[in-house]
Design a protein around this ligand. Sequence first.
Ligand code: ADP
Ligand code: MG
Length: 381
Amino acid sequence: MPTIALRNISKHYGKGGVKAVADLSLEVADGDFMCLLGPSGCGKTTTLRMIAGLENLTDGEIAVGERLVDSANKGVFVPPERREMGLVFQSYALWPHLTIEGNTDFGLRLRNVSKAERQERVARVMTTLGIEKYRDRYPSELSGGQQQRVALARMLVVNPEVLLLDEPLSNLDARLRLEMRTELKRIHGEFGTTIVFVTHDQWEAMTLATRIAVMNNGTLQQVGSPEDIYDRPANRFVAEFVGNPPINIIELGSADGLAGSAAEFLKRHGKDTLMVTSIGLRPEAIRLTRVKADLPDADLCGPVVLSAILPTGGSWILELGGDGQKLHATTNVTPVWDDREHLFFHVAADAVHMFDGDGNRIGQDDTITTNDVTAGDLPGQ
Ligand code: ADP
Ligand code: MG
């Protein structure tokens, strides 16, 4: 499958109405498992529908390889049925008068596939998705989750080169959702299908995607691997949207408490504290100790008070108070601290995310490393 290129696409509903998507550019390469991730209303479904050809563009163009399939200015529009893409939407319609087998078989019949081959392919996909036991039932006799699996089976059986999936797992319970994620990942690996998958669930995107496109308010915030998105968020929106518990943001500006510790850290590393207006710390990057002396000089460190221990079953969330601002840390080791105990937190220098006044990440190349502490300017001296 050639690359799907979205070039500066926009969608406005109605004249001067809602700007659902604004100037979005994105390339989906052959074999990508691309997740469009963002909060409800950010334009994910609209983007997917434009790729499918169910909405036309207000501006920009979409090309599949060399072939332009939609261009607002050149008057090109290839209808959905000629784009060769399989679609599964959050609300899907199964044929109520056909059995599960009949529904799964439907696409193959339209394509004039021989009966023997149809039977073999339908049986295989029904087994894969665990719906073969319902083959003679009708959709009304299945639960929402089972129906969703039939909708997926109906799509997969025709081996589309591109699968467009809009929150296809949203009606499943937690256990089934996990199973289906594994299944989708396997299908992607096995068939090499290019997948564009819409979800508002960051966990789902992180576990499934080869690449994630994070959206907010109709605009693209960042595209990258799950690791890029998590470890090098392009801005505060991305940093705060991905991660659970969410990243801790410390606003600079005060000389006391956590802000004071952060300012001292930045100064030690020769960073301009006027340019950096906030820093972000992932909960799992925070370590706690009783004594400050143990800490490497380059780290961010400071005093905190343990204000709550929240067990989550196998791991713990620790709430740390520091002069008005709070931090959340996570640990997989049974906490040995006492409630209200005065401790020191520390975070490795390269795990400190810095943001400017517009919320943008400060220089990818500008990441603080453990080697760049100014000599003679160490903490406690
Ligand atoms: P998401 O899938 O990320 O939740 P959508 O793409 O469905 O977001 O919607 C993006 C924005 O466009 C929302 O503000 C939504 O209300 C608006 N919108 C979506 N479809 C229509 C439509 N058919 N007419 C008018 N506004 C719409
Ligand atoms: Mg949607």
